[in-house]
Design a protein. Structure first.
Length: 62
């Protein structure tokens, strides 16, 4: 899943986080915690969460 962080809205970013979180949980249930696909999804989710929190902080939201 490739996302252009410069043009995506905060709401769309949140929706992508929720979709990826669901996907990662499904993969984890099917393959276990240490499967490379689960780890890749986790790394991608971390990146989206970091971007979301960076933007929220920049906009002064709490």
């Amino acid at each position: 899943m490739s996302i252009d962080m410069d043009t995506i809205s905060l709401r769309m970013l949140y929706e992508q986080i929720e979709l990826l979180r669901d996907r990662m949980q499904q993969l984890r249930n099917e393959k276990g915690y240490t499967d490379p696909e689960v780890l890749d999804a986790s790394i991608e989710l971390d990146g989206l969460l970091n971007e979301y929190h960076r933007r929220v902080a920049a906009e002064g939201w709490r």
